[in-house]
Design a protein. Structure first.
Length: 101
């Protein structure tokens, strides 16, 4: 099977979610429409540079978006990234077995 650019993008998405802090960031973003980068240090026991690196991985994987609001950078979930992830997961679900009575 030949690998495509989409395959590598999907692996990047899954890999991005494979770290507890990044998964926690996504869960936090699911509850708030937008969170400032500095707020994540209050949620996780890691430094600001570490949070920035995790946010960069999520952004590059297409799962979060960022925008500048004054001196702050705010992050939010990218709906199209989640749609792509949901589509991928639906493709790897096993077929359902028929229920016999």
């Amino acid at each position: 099977m030949t690998r495509t650019a989409d395959d590598f993008a999907e692996v990047a998405m899954l890999r991005a979610l494979g770290h507890p802090v990044r998964l926690g960031i996504m869960r936090a973003l699911a509850t708030e429409p937008e969170i400032r980068a500095c707020e994540f240090t209050d949620l996780f026991d890691v430094t600001q540079p570490t949070i920035s690196q995790h946010l960069k991985v999520l952004r590059e994987a297409g799962l979060v978006a960022s925008r500048r609001r004054g001196a702050q950078i705010c992050y939010s979930v990218r709906p199209e990234g989640l749609t792509r992830l949901q589509r991928l997961l639906s493709l790897i679900q096993p077929p359902r077995l028929a229920v016999t009575a």
